[in-house]
Design a protein around this ligand. Structure first.
Ligand code: F6P
Length: 319
């Protein structure tokens, strides 16, 4: 009988609960004992650990956030923190861990493996910045949340004849901006993967205005430029009143889409299957329709992939 622990780490993402449910239920189905760790790696260091049963994960598949809570744990990066975590793992007899989180969390999962604990990483982040997998858990929900928010902004934007800059999350990766932009018919999509020219953004707005367009949407990935500064610049250069909206953490909450729930269920179950089979140091992902697994080292060597075709399509469709 295996004793498997599951934790969530880093920024939360809608669908993490569905992944936790899948780990717990498929672990128990496969005769493993399943423990949960609260507060990510911080909870592993501090032994915030509980035994799970089938009911522990009832009624969570539709909920955003993570019932296990999460932290960005600096202590686990230190030798002292790692030693404390290893003590807890040894005392409790844990012989496999599933880590659900983004890039930083999968790197911590790799550290656990190097310390001798078989660990499997499940990609959970709204950013979709792990190129070894087509999708990370939470991305689809986040894009849909952004698209809904843009629909609301579009209405007021039309009433006032304004342009709107909408800043979205993504850290160093423009995927949320790109797909939300394509889905919303945004005039311009500003992301870290492509240089942008404010004059070209303005020319596009003016072309639209000249053919009678009542509003314009510009999507900006966080960190690329200051949304307030750009909106002022656009107003000055075009005479079109421009407002900026920073969507912020609204993009991280909400009930996961069916896509994210299914993805999380499949990935969580695969992680358990791997541990039961004696595998370690793997990241689970999806390529096309297939759930895949890959050595964590290899998975982590692939950064955010940029879908240039979708970017060009968005440009063509917004001429
Ligand atoms: O990685 C997910 C993410 O939401 C990024 O898009 C964003 O840059 C960051 O986390 C925000 O982190 P925090 O919630 O700690 O402010």
């Amino acid at each position: 009988m295996k004793k498997i622990a599951v934790l969530t780490s880093g920024g939360d993402a809608p669908g993490m609960n569905a992944a936790i449910r899948a780990v717990v239920r498929s672990g128990i189905y496969n005769h493993a004992e399943v423990l949960s760790v609260e507060d990510g790696f911080t909870g592993l260091i501090n032994a915030q650990i509980e035994e799970m049963n089938l009911s522990s994960v009832a009624d969570i598949i539709h909920r955003g956030g993570t019932i296990l809570k999460t932290t960005r744990c600096e202590e686990f990066k230190t030798e002292k923190g790692q030693k404390r975590a290893m003590n807890v793992i040894e005392v409790l007899g844990i012989n496999g861990i599933v880590v659900i989180g983004g890039g930083g969390s999968l790197r911590a999962a790799r550290t656990l493996n190097s310390l001798g604990v078989p660990t499997i990483g499940v990609p959970g982040t709204i950013d979709n910045d792990l190129g070894y997998t087509d999708y990370t858990i939470g991305f689809d929900t986040s894009v849909n949340t952004v698209v809904d928010a843009i629909s609301n902004i579009r209405e007021t934007s039309i009433s006032h004849g304004r342009a709107n800059i909408i800043e979205v999350m993504g850290r160093d990766c423009g995927n949320i901006a790109l797909y939300a932009g394509l889905a919303s018919g945004a005039e311009s999509i500003i992301l870290p993967e492509m240089d942008f020219d404010i004059d070209e953004v303005c020319r596009k707005l003016l072309r639209g205005r000249n053919r009678g367009k009542l509003h314009s949407i510009i999507i900006l990935t966080e960190g690329v430029a200051d949304p307030i500064r750009i909106s002022n610049e656009i107003t000055e250069k075009t005479g079109i009143e421009t407002r900026a909206t920073i969507l912020g953490h609204i993009q991280r909450g909400g009930s996961p889409t069916a896509f994210d729930r299914i993805l999380a269920s499949k990935m969580g179950a695969r992680a358990v299957e791997l541990l039961i089979q004696g595998a370690a140091n793997k990241a689970v992902g999806i390529k096309g329709k297939d759930i895949i697994d890959m050595d964590l080292d290899k998975a982590l060597s692939v950064g955010c992939t940029f879908d240039i075709d979708s970017y060009e399509l968005a440009n063509v469709l917004s001429i």
